[in-house]
Design a protein around this ligand. Structure first.
Ligand code: SF4
Length: 341
């Protein structure tokens, strides 16, 4: 793995002046860049590890080559989400709710037994048309498993005509006819976000079903071989699991923009996870066959439903903006009411 910058300690330790050199090196790096620290002696390791822990940098590997020890450090915390993204710049479509899997944390209770509740090609075409007029910058297509739909190619073509599109998939269905269908889609405006929860099958399969990791991995390889940009998305239950997955992505040289790591949300089937209320979520307009929701993480939960009217899309966006404005005023009011001093 290639480091952005290499710092040769020249025999310095924390006791003899290494710290200013480290700080100077970090100033030349951005969050996510890799910094290689090299020395002749391995004795620096424990101190460097402690320093990384306290400074929110991550020591991701130690190697010895040609008589030198090399510590590879990822600089800084993972880049934060952009809270300032305007409402409606990113639009989510739930094309269906049925899925070939039944993951035990699925936030919308998808499974092979879940009714399809398809949004439908005509609705998607109109949404994509109106989204383009409204200046939507990104479309996200999700489910359920979108590739179960017989008309998913037409749906994705309609979406990419409206805005650059990412389709979320478990990646398990890319064989035979569906692989041909995938290969027929445009590479330039379509990204595949494929779920992979862990570096090895055990934990992924525990949540998603036996053999699912191996099939997802095959799907990732096939999508890449077909020339698609593939983003890997892990759903994890702890920071340790997240860090383990980051290290795995580092070893595979997966770029920051092609990785998504999120915690299990306490919604849908999940019995454990991060409890997310509407007030915790920056709205990302989400459309399902049933209406317009506040956020994709609870796209069938009554507390996140904004309106049942999808069209005109401009009015659906207005409804979300106006709900956000009302709720923000309410929160400010509460802050004053509960002002204790
Ligand atoms: S988490 Fe994704 S793959 Fe798993 S059941 Fe839900 S929709 Fe299907």
């Amino acid at each position: 793995m290639k480091a952005h910058l290499e710092l040769d300690t020249g025999g310095k330790t924390f006791a003899t002046g290494l710290l200013p050199d480290l700080i100077a090196a970090l100033r030349h790096c951005r969050a996510g860049d890799l910094l290689a620290v090299v020395a002749k002696e391995a004795s620096l390791g424990p101190e460097l590890e402690t320093w990384c822990r306290f400074t929110h940098n991550s020591l991701i590997s130690t190697s010895i080559e040609a008589g030198r020890v090399c510590w590879l450090i990822r600089c800084g915390d993972a880049p934060a989400e952009d809270d300032a993204r305007p409402v409606g710049s990113r639009l989510w479509l739930y094309t269906n709710f049925d899925c070939n899997l039944r993951c035990d944390y699925c936030c919308v209770r998808s499974s092979p037994k879940a009714p399809r509740r398809a949004l439908g090609l005509n609705a998607v075409r109109r949404i994509a048309r109106e989204a383009k007029e409204l200046g939507v910058a990104e479309l996200y297509v999700t489910g359920g498993e979108p590739f179960l739909l017989p008309d998913i190619a037409e749906i994705l073509l309609a979406c990419t005509a409206g805005a650059p599109t990412t389709v979320l998939t478990n990646g398990m269905l890319f064989s035979g006819r569906r692989l041909d269908l995938l290969r027929s889609l445009p590479r330039d405006r379509l990204t595949l976000q494929i779920s992979l929860d862990s570096p090895t099958p055990e934990r992924h399969d525990l949540h998603r079903g036996k053999g699912s990791w191996a099939r997802a991995w095959k799907g990732i390889e096939r999508a890449r071989a077909a020339g698609f940009r593939v983003r890997l998305a892990a759903t994890v239950s702890s920071e340790e699991e997240a860090e383990e997955f980051r290290r795995f992505l580092d070893t595979r040289a997966v770029a920051d923009g092609d990785r998504v790591i999120r915690r299990i949300a306490l919604r849908g089937f999940a019995g454990d996870g991060v409890a997310v209320a509407r007030a915790d979520l920056v709205p990302e307009v989400t459309i399902t066959a049933e209406g317009v929701y506040w956020h994709p993480v609870g796209a069938e939960d009554a507390d996140l439903l904004v309106t049942r009217e999808i069209f005109p899309l401009a009015e659906a966006f207005s409804a979300v903006r106006s709900a956000l404005a009302t709720e923000s005023r309410h929160r400010e009011g509460l802050a004053r009411i509960f002002n204790c001093a």
